[in-house]
Design a protein. Structure first.
Length: 259
């Protein structure tokens, strides 16, 4: 893939990566060679950021396992954006009144809710007092329990709070609830602006549905997985198998940094 015509020599370049299914397998083990490739790109001048559904504390552990320090972490799909040193740059909490209604509905259905107060989890189960829940600092709500019940709530919540909340499937038996403006593409645009990187100098890689907005926002797009890929419909997307990702990132990013 050729670099965008609007990219200019000497401008900073931002590499934004998802974690699970992209840089890590689903048992949180780093992809062989990923840390080395990222370190090489950072040494060559790339700015590296993690854009993940994980909370900040978990994303930090993953970065440590990779052996590379991102300049910025965009966590909980971008609801919480923080510098490597821990300074919060942006926090987009779930609107409290809507979060309360979601929590009540979930608990009445017999499933549980994890409220992430900025980056700290708090568990609520059926029968708990939710008169003051979840408060005004919830980065996200994770509804979890019986897979069929949660699947039904996913459809119900999306219809009930369309345009007022973003509701997404995490995996069977788990769904996430976020402020409506929270998505990975929005997070990439925020981080790029904060770091002074033109969007024409952004590279993103991810593996699944949750990464679609991330890849769509970037100038260069890498979808990790096998063809046909669910993100293969994006314009100019590069699809690569998991094992080849380090090689593909080097091939895409190093020429831009050396130009």
């Amino acid at each position: 893939m050729a670099p965008p015509a609007s990219a200019r020599r000497g401008e900073p370049l931002l590499l934004a990566c998802d974690l699970d299914g992209t840089l890590l397998d689903y048992e949180s083990r780093p992809l062989p060679g990923a840390g080395e490739a990222l370190a090489e790109l950072v040494l060559a001048g790339a700015l590296f950021t993690v854009v993940t559904g994980r909370p900040l504390q978990s994303a930090r552990r993953a970065a440590a396992a990779l052996g590379v320090d991102p300049v910025v972490f965009a966590c909980c799909h971008g609801a919480l954006v923080a510098e490597a040193g821990g300074t919060v740059l942006r926090h987009l909490p779930v609107p409290p009144a809507l979060g309360h209604d979601v929590t009540v509905c979930a608990l009445q259905a017999g499933v549980s809710v994890t409220v992430w107060d900025v980056d700290e989890p708090r568990e609520l189960g059926p029968g708990d007092d939710v008169s003051a829940e979840p408060g005004g600092s919830a980065s996200r709500l994770v509804v979890h329990g019986d897979a069929d019940t949660v699947a039904g709530l996913l459809a119900e919540f999306r219809e009930e709070w369309a345009g007022r909340l973003r509701v997404s499937r995490i995996r069977p038996g788990f769904l996430g609830v976020f402020a409506p403006q929270v998505d990975k593409g929005n997070a990439l645009r925020f981080v790029a602006a904060r770091l002074g990187v033109p969007m024409a100098r952004t590279v993103a890689c991810g593996d699944g549905e949750a990464d679609e907005t991330l890849l769509a926002a970037a100038a260069l797009r890498v979808a990790v997985g096998e063809e046909p890929h669910e993100l293969g419909h994006l314009e100019d997307v590069v699809v690569t198998g998991w094992a080849r990702l380090p090689t593909v990132l080097r091939a895409l990013v190093l020429p831009l940094l050396r130009a």
